[in-house]
Design a protein around this ligand. Structure first.
Ligand SMILES: [Zn+2]
Length: 428
């Protein structure tokens, strides 16, 4: 099975290349917005849409009309790609629209109406700018063995320096050159690789995972071990600096040079948080998917929780990204990933005798089952229940009821470290 992988490198364009890129981004943005416009016109007039080929042909004609020569001054492939992206975005919207799954929302501040799901126009003020080159643009990547730097040659841009952090497994199909909000550049390649070569061997048959805000994850394994992964609290660690930059920004005059400088500093601080979150999510997901043949997870109501006072902590927890990544890797590695219904009362049932106790407030971390008397840890108990509900707990049953008791019990030294299995989790 061959799959596409992304390989990203930090890019360091020269000032001249930055100017050229900025012109290219402008043209790509224009092409994207133009395509969305054409699509919307066609829908309003005829209730249908043009094919990508038609749209692309129309754009070529449009480029050659007087006054549009600035579009001819940049490489044409990224413009075609932008039209392709707009085409995909619009098709996705149209599918939802026809299924009756979009509706009108009104912004209470401005009174403006907007249909949900409609692709947004790109703006010069968006933090992220990007342009994509395909093979047909004949971009080239060069790297000398052992050298810290690589080079990406792009048409009408030139040779852009890349920080070479790892080798590309084969010739890339596309490259996306991005400019982030903090002013840094990145080149992202898609490469076709053989998917089976790097599948890790699972260490456990199955695991059940309870996700929470106290511990990010509480994991119990069918071999009788368990572990908790602490909440990263990335935002909290950066909160002071962010607050300071926000205050500074409020003091400075809009449009002044200092204001612009502070804005970049703040964008940099945020992008550092973003990177740490992403890094954490990817590491955790590859650990979970790599170590287990089967994984049982809850389906979380992230949107519902995000409206509560826990929103910030929730963003930091990054659940959606972690779960998506686990599923992605699960497919890639051939693992079973089971999701438990969101309404399953995993924290109300005693995992040992099955008695259903009522709801408990979030601050109740440990409770005693009134029927069997087991002292249960909220998170461990929920994780065992999730494993159970997914039908993955058979090997626990075979080992006897005591395994389950041990796994769900509070205060018992069943943590992986103590039972001798080595764990290397270092998530910030
Ligand atoms: Zn019980």
């Amino acid at each position: 099975m061959s799959v596409y992988r992304r390989y990203n490198y930090r890019a360091y364009p020269t000032q001249g290349q930055r100017d050229a890129l900025s012109r290219l981004y402008g043209a790509c943005r224009y092409a994207y917005n133009w395509a969305l416009d054409q699509r919307e016109l066609m829908r309003r007039r005829h209730g249908r849409m043009q094919s990508y080929t038609q749209l692309s042909g129309m754009f070529t004609q449009w480029k050659n009309t007087p006054g549009m020569d600035w579009l001819l001054a940049v490489s044409s492939t990224p413009l075609q790609q932008s039209i392709r992206h707009a085409d995909v975005a619009y098709r996705n919207f149209f599918r939802l629209y026809k299924a009756g799954r979009t509706h009108i929302v009104i912004n209470h501040l401005t009174g403006k109406k907007r249909r949900t799901g409609l692709p947004r126009f790109k703006s010069r003020r968006d933090g992220e700018q990007s342009a994509e080159f395909t093979k047909s643009a004949r971009f080239k990547v060069g790297h000398a063995d052992g050298c810290k730097w690589g080079f990406l040659t792009l048409p009408k841009i030139g040779r852009v320096k890349l920080r070479w952090t790892r080798d590309l497994p084969s010739t890339p199909n596309t490259v996306n050159i991005m400019r982030h909000a903090d002013g840094s550049y990145e080149a992202s390649f898609t490469v076709q690789v053989d998917g089976e070569t790097d599948t890790p061997k699972p260490l456990h048959e199955a695991c059940g995972i309870d996700m929470g805000l106290d511990s990010l994850m509480s994991i119990v394994y069918t071999d009788g071990t368990r572990e908790k992964i602490p909440h990263p609290r990335t935002l909290k660690r950066h909160a002071r600096r962010l607050r300071k930059l926000d205050k500074q920004l409020a003091r400075e005059k809009k449009g002044s040079a200092n204001h612009a400088k502070t804005r970049i500093l703040r964008a940099k601080a945020y992008s550092r948080i973003q990177n740490q979150r992403k890094d954490m999510a990817y590491k955790l997901a590859s650990k979970v998917a790599g170590e287990n043949q089967a994984v049982a997870l809850e389906t979380l109501n992230v949107k519902g929780l995000a409206r509560t006072h826990m929103a910030k902590s929730l963003l930091d927890a990054n659940w959606t990204r972690i779960i998506d990544r686990i599923r992605q890797l699960g497919v890639q590695y051939g693992r079973t990933v089971k999701r438990i219904d969101r309404w399953y009362p995993s924290s109300q049932i005693c995992s040992i005798c099955g008695r259903r106790d009522g709801r408990k407030p979030l601050d109740v971390r440990v409770w005693k089952c009134p029927k069997c008397g087991a002292l249960l840890d909220r998170d461990w108990n929920a994780a065992v229940n999730i494993l159970n509900a997914a039908g993955l707990a058979e090997s626990l049953n075979a080992r006897g009821g005591d395994v389950r008791r041990g796994l769900a019990q509070a205060g018992r030294n069943a943590d992986a470290r103590e039972t001798g299995t080595r764990r290397t989790v270092s998530l910030h």
